[in-house]
Design a protein around this ligand. Sequence first.
Ligand SMILES: C[S@@+](CC[C@H](N)C(=O)[O-])C[C@H]1O[C@@H](n2cnc3c(N)ncnc32)[C@H](O)[C@@H]1O
Length: 154
Amino acid sequence: MQIALFQPDIPQNTGTILRLCACLGVAAHIIEPAGFPVSDRHFRRAGMDYLDQVTIMRHDSWSKFEQWRNIGGYRLILFTTKGVSSYLDYRYSAADILLFGRESAGVPDEVVAKADARLVIPIKPGLRSLNVAMAAAMALGEALRQTGSTGSQG
Ligand SMILES: C[S@@+](CC[C@H](N)C(=O)[O-])C[C@H]1O[C@@H](n2cnc3c(N)ncnc32)[C@H](O)[C@@H]1O
């Protein structure tokens, strides 16, 4: 299992997600441009020393990420508030990449179109969305529960 963050713009969220990845043994991909540099103090503070414990791949653009993904043949599972299928009903594979959108704008249609699945975490009607780090924790929890792949990277 791997996760990917599309152009993340809030450093604290990315740091929190990378700490989650470190603890669960999941590799992380950051699709640039991010809204902050890796030297950002909020990013470093949220990720703390856990940042040294996670495999992070940075991709210069969406197209570069897609080139890399196509070589590996990984499925792309998009988490989106606009999904129609619940994340609890999906059958994950240990090689899947779970993709999360930008805090301010999610992902563009071009990215939606490339996803092998578009999943929603059902929330109370009338409320907009979860914090992206919360969404990532819930999604990874379910995907790892199903695949039993906790604790090993990749
Ligand atoms: C703050 S939300 C983005 C909200 C953005 N305005 C939109 O419409 O997509 C950031 C990311 O968290 C994830 N997310 C948040 N709530 C979610 C939910 N209920 N179901 C699936 N993904 C969710 C998605 O990946 C989303 O792109």
